[in-house]
Structures are given as structure tokens and as C-alpha cells.
Design a binder for this molecule. Structure first.
Ligand code: AMP
Ligand code: FE
Ligand code: FE
Ligand code: ZN
Length: 284
């Protein structure tokens, strides 16, 4: 079982990296990728705690945007795997994205407070515990304070990208991100391209352009993809020479999805990592 997209407390997951690798082994995974939002902060602890027999693929999920010809920005997530964490350009970009998450999280909280919603920035920062701050951390404060009964409910309205409280965060232009991750020796996969619930998604022709710009794969099987979208993405992957992956996008108790809920085939895994990369999966 191969799961190529998971989160820890280094961003908006709830398992510490050492807990994630233990839970992955217990769930029967053979290969686990750690892909926190805009950070490699969970890598070292995951490496140190890796149970024997579990192959660890180090990565990150980059906050990106595609700007269409009319100037509309569509936010999208790019998974980068096995890149050099010390590549200066990519490291600086991760830092820029994380700093922006702070100001933007605070702005969302301020918007909520103006409307009398009980939430404090201090508590959000406390819950984030030094990890890259995201809306799930705000959601948990809203649950704590009885504003909503679940993180899901918080995302349905108050924290939705369509909410009046929403503030966008900084993101990398998708073409810059593709270039940077490749320069840093990494492999790229477009995360949940058709997760429509989260907001606007890109058209097929954009995926085709990304495929010509160095993209190596697309997530086909993802909990946020409807069955017909998965079929469509599998056909697109085949047509465009992209590797089709499957992943849970596990976030611990911030979501109800289990490790290994969606998985990547062995052949796809081998194809994805057949090119030389700055790092190797940690095995043994
Ligand atoms: P942000 O990165 O701050 O824009 O917040 C988006 C993050 O929230 C994404 O990483 C999603 O994984 C997560 N997310 C989106 N919808 C939900 C939801 N309904 N429940 C929990 N987490 C969610
Ligand atoms: Fe997340
Ligand atoms: Fe994502
Ligand atoms: Zn994710």
C-alpha cells in the first residue's frame, strides 16, 4: 500500500510526524509520503521515528495559483517530492508562503471577531503549535468555543473560500513552482485537481499546459474526487503521459479520512520516481 499525500502537525494535520509514521506502519502502508503545506518541518522527526520496513518519501504541498487569460486566479496545490530542502530559491519561497499564512490567518480571525464570533488569534497560534498555520487551526478554535460542532461545519460556511470572512493567502505562480521544484531536484504531482468543493478548478487544457511545463503526475484517486472525475483524470493522465496517483490526503482528526483511504499503484510509484531526484526515499 502506497499513500503519497499526508499531513502532520508541521502544518494542519493532527499527528506529530513520529505518530504519523507509526500510524502508517500500523495501517499496513508500505510507502508513506509526508507532504505538509509549504514546509519540510516534519521531515527530520519522521525520518528519526520511521519504523523498519516503511519507505518514507519526503515532500511538501505547495500553495500555488494559476492565473487564467482573464486574470482570474485559481488556487491549486502542487506536491513536490524528494527535492533538496536546502535549495535556496525553494526554501525562500516556502518561508514566504508560511509568513503569509500568519498575516492571513490573523485577518480571517479579525473578520470573524468584528462580527462577534468568539475566537482569538492567540489560541489559533497555540493550536498550530509552530506548524504552518491554516484554516483547520481556526476551525478547531471555533469548535472549542462552541461556534460550530465540527471542523467540517466550520469549512462549510464561516471558513469557506466563498465566505465573507475569507482572506486569500500568498501563493506561488504554478509555473514558477514547477520550475523551482524541478531545479531543486524534485518531482511534481498536481494535488486533487478536481476537488470542486474547495472552489474553482482548472480546465483540462490547463492540465495539458502543466504537463508540458514539467508536471510529472496528477492525483486521480483522492477523497475529494467524484467517481466520474476520477475516471476522467485517469484518461487525461494516460493521454498526457502523466503518472496517475492515489492518496488519502490524511490530516489526522482534522478530517475523517483514514491513512491509505486512496492509494497509488506500484507501477505508477516506480514510474514517478524513475527519474533522478535530489533525495532518495528512505528505506530499509
Ligand atoms: P488553508 O491552507 O488555510 O487555505 O486551509 C485549507 C486546508 O484546509 C486544506 O489543506 C484542506 O486540507 C483543509 N480543509 C479543507 N476543507 C476541509 C474540511 N472540510 N475539513 C477539514 N479540513 C479541510
Ligand atoms: Fe491541509
Ligand atoms: Fe491540498
Ligand atoms: Zn494536502
Amino acid at each position: 500500500m502506497i499513500d503519497l499525500h499526508t499531513h502532520t502537525t508541521a502544518s494542519d494535520g493532527t499527528d506529530r510526524p513520529n505518530e504519523l509514521v507509526a500510524n502508517a506502519a500500523a495501517a499496513g502502508l508500505d510507502v508513506l509520503a509526508v507532504t505538509d503545506h509549504d514546509t519540510t518541518g516534519g521531515w527530520d522527526e519522521a525520518i528519526a521515528a520511521r519504523p523498519g520496513g516503511l519507505t518514507l518519501v519526503l515532500g511538501a504541498e505547495f500553495s500555488c495559483a494559476y492565473t487564467d487569460p482573464d486574470g482570474h486566479r485559481i488556487s491549486l496545490h502542487l506536491l513536490g517530492y524528494l527535492f533538496d530542502p536546502d535549495h535556496e530559491g525553494l526554501r525562500a519561497e516556502r518561508a514566504r508562503l508560511r509568513v503569509s499564512r500568519l498575516g492571513r490567518g490573523r485577518a480571517i480571525v479579525d473578520n470573524l471577531i468584528v462580527d462577534g464570533v468568539p475566537v482569538t488569534w492567540n489560541r489559533v497560534v497555540e493550536i498550530a503549535g509552530g506548524g504552518a498555520v491554516g484554516r483547520p487551526h481556526i476551525a478547531r478554535v471555533l469548535v472549542e468555543n462552541g461556534v460550530v460542532t465540527s471542523v467540517d461545519e466550520a469549512f462549510a460556511e464561516l471558513l469557506s473560500s466563498r465566505s465573507k470572512y475569507y482572506v486569500p493567502k500568498a501563493d506561488s505562480d504554478i509555473f514558477d513552482a514547477l520550475r523551482l521544484v524541478r531545479e531543486a531536484g524534485g518531482v511534481t504531482v498536481f494535488a486533487h485537481p478536481l476537488a470542486r468543493r474547495r472552489g474553482a478548478v482548472v480546465d483540462d487544457d490547463v492540465i495539458a499546459v502543466l504537463a508540458q511545463s514539467g508536471l510529472a503526475g496528477i492525483e486521480v484517486d483522492h477523497p475529494d474526487h467524484a467517481p466520474d472525475d476520477r475516471a476522467h483524470l485517469a484518461r487525461m493522465a494516460a493521454d498526457l503521459g502523466l503518472v496517475g496517483t492515489g492518496s488519502s490526503d490524511y490530516h489526522g482528526t482534522n478530517k475523517t479520512i483514514a491513512l491509505g483511504a486512496c492509494t497509488t499503484g506500484r507501477e505508477a510509484y516506480e514510474q514517478l520516481f524513475s527519474q533522478p531526484t535530489a533525495r532518495e526515499p528512505v528505506t530499509g
